[in-house]
Design a protein around this ligand. Structure first.
Ligand code: PEP
Ligand code: MG
Length: 559
């Protein structure tokens, strides 16, 4: 038996075979071939395989997301057999005797550079496509799967770390749990694991050896314990815990249909965080009141090119209609920092968390923002929509974003396209500037939603992605909790509601604090809804409020 200790970031015990995530190799071997004709045949076979895979993906996309989504893969199919592209590869192989992998890599770089230099944004975006298509052909040549799970049975997935774009593209039905070498509790992989209700452990370093692949592993996401080939006693103990968790879930089921009301009658809304309309069944199954944060950037991360207005409209419409009239707050595009998307071609930055991200990108590239806003307002007639902007620091940003909403509404009116006039517009409170300006910001929005993952990062000047900063990244820090109180007081002064959609919202140690400062809504992963409801129903705010507020502001509470 081998025991490994990591940091649990998504609870639950699970058992299954260990599987190492396959990432396409980034270093391509380059050599001279003796038989260029045979090498050309190798290329043609790989090209055929890539075209076949793209065809299958197009069909899958058509079924899951409609014709528009399928078109993307069909375009990639055409690119893979584009005559000029093929001729350039043929020249490299047959005239220069280059091996196929290197010939494809060089041709991709040459075409991508040519597209990137074009004036038209449409052609510029093709640079990412040609790289993507070439990556697929290279994967077919080298036999290395492109970041997938090639296993007939569900597995516990091990990786060094997973980028959000990689996590989002995984086949979720194949994953029982995650174990990563690096990562941090507030990274987006950890967040996604919680949303999906899958146990996850991070920060195991180099303790997982490749030779463990395929061996039976049990992971406990609440303690961070990983056991490979468990001996009978350890196995029985962990499986017993798994059973107990199942029973606890069953008990929690009895809370469905009950109000989120404290013993002394104070109510709070409990909503869910989602990353796609596919998460809505889990929201409803856990009896949440609505969606408090739909991370729309995951739609973008899932695409190989800018998602069109229609593609986005279908996704928002689906989430709104499936929620059957319960509120859905959709956050506008929040990329940059750890959420990088190739086709945006964003320049590399020294300090990406402080750089061109989130609302800043939308205001700097209004054509992208406008497409999203049109899709959102068009979808607004299918349910109760709220829109919120991430990473706000100034009142002018909110005014500019709201002005774009008005322009989009005018356009839709003149085109005779219906939209709802009853859409709440809010902002995320994620920066100290937004906290300090919350009295002013409250006057220009309908609500605040506190993004405590980033608010902790920016308030404590502590990178949320950096696993080495664990004890410095402390969302319980009084500076963060005081910030929440300031925001709450300022919002309520102006009759606006306040939610928390960061991971802290599900932290049961702080539920009394949130109720005492008057938070109106907590938005959490689906699996956290019922435990939170239980905690709320056990709390008597009148009994704890004075102490909680005194502690929050007391001289001793300096950490
Ligand atoms: C947050 O920062 O708390 C938040 C909810 O947004 P994200 O985690 O997606 O940055
Ligand atoms: Mg954030």
């Amino acid at each position: 038996m081998i025991s490994i200790q990591g940091k649990g970031v998504s609870t639950g015990v699970t058992i299954g075979p260990l599987y190492f995530y396959q990432r396409a190799k980034s270093t391509i071997r380059r050599y001279e071939v003796e038989d260029p004709d045979a090498e050309w045949a190798r290329f043609k076979a790989a090209q055929g395989k890539a075209i076949e895979q793209l065809g299958e993906l197009a069909e899958k996309a058509r079924v899951e997301a409609g014709d528009e989504a399928a078109l993307l893969f069909e375009t990639h199919q055409m690119m893979a057999e584009d005559m000029e592209y093929e001729e350039a590869i043929q020249t490299a192989i047959q005239d220069n005797k280059l091996n196929a992998e290197a010939a494809v890599t060089d041709t991709a770089a040459q075409f991508a550079e040519m597209f990137a230099a074009m004036e038209d944004a449409y052609f510029q975006a093709r640079a990412a496509d040609v790289k993507d298509v070439s990556g697929r052909i290279i994967a077919a040549l080298t036999g290395v799967a492109q970041g997938g799970i090639d296993s007939p049975v569900p597995v516990i997935l091990a990786a060094d770390d997973l980028a959000p774009s990689e996590t989002v593209q995984l086949d979720k039905s194949k994953i029982l749990g995650f174990v990563t070498e690096g990562g941090s509790g507030s990274s987006h992989t950890a967040i996604l694991a919680r949303t999906m209700g899958i146990p996850a452990i991070i920060g195991v370093g180099d303790q997982l050896k490749p030779e463990y692949e395929g061996r039976e592993v049990i992971i406990d996401g609440s303690t961070g314990a990983i056991v490979i080939d468990a001996d009978p006693d350890a196995r029985a103990a962990l499986l017993k815990k798994m059973e107990e968790q199942k029973r606890t879930r069953e008990l929690l089921e009895q809370l469905k249909g009950q109000p989120n009301e404290t013993k002394d009658g104070q109510s709070i809304r409990i909503y869910c965080n989602i990353g796609s309309p596919d998460d809505v069944p889990a929201v409803l199954a856990n009896d949440a009141g609505g969606v408090g944060l739909f991370r729309s950037e995951f739609l973008y991360l899932n695409c190989d090119d800018y998602p069109s207005e229609d593609y986005q409209f279908e996704a928002y419409k689906k989430a709104l209609s499936d929620m059957g009239g319960r509120e859905v707050v959709i956050r506008t595009l929040d990329i940059g920092a750890d959420k990088q998307i190739g086709y945006f071609n964003l320049p590399k930055e020294e300090n990406p968390a402080l750089g061109n991200r989130a609302l800043r990108i939308c205001l700097n590239r209004p054509e992208i923002f406008r497409t999203q806003l049109r899709a959102l307002f068009r979808a607004s007639v299918y349910g109760k929509l709220g829109i919120m902007f991430p990473m706000v620091t100034s009142v002018w940003e909110v005014k500019e974003a709201k002005k774009m909403c008005e322009q989009v509404k005018q356009e839709l009116t003149s085109e005779g396209i219906p939209f709802s006039e009853d859409v709440e517009i809010g902002i995320m409170i994620e920066t100290p500037a937004a906290v300090l300006m919350s009295d002013r910001l409250a006057q220009v929005v309908d609500f605040f939603s506190c993004g405590t993952n980033d608010l902790t990062q920016y308030t404590l000047a502590c990178d949320r992605q950096n696993a080495d900063l664990g004890r410095f990244y402390n969302p319980h820090h009084p500076a963060v909790l005081r910030a929440l109180k300031i925001v709450c007081d300022n919002a309520h002064k102006h009759g606006k509601w306040v939610g928390i959609c960061g991971e802290l919202g599900a932290d049961l140690e702080l539920t009394e604090t949130f109720l005492s400062i008057g938070i109106d809504e907590l938005s959490v992963s689906p699996r956290s809804v019922l435990p939170l409801r239980q905690k709320v129903r056990e709390t008597d705010v009148s009994q704890v409020k004075e102490k909680v507020l005194n502690d929050l502001l007391s001289d001793e509470n300096t950490i």
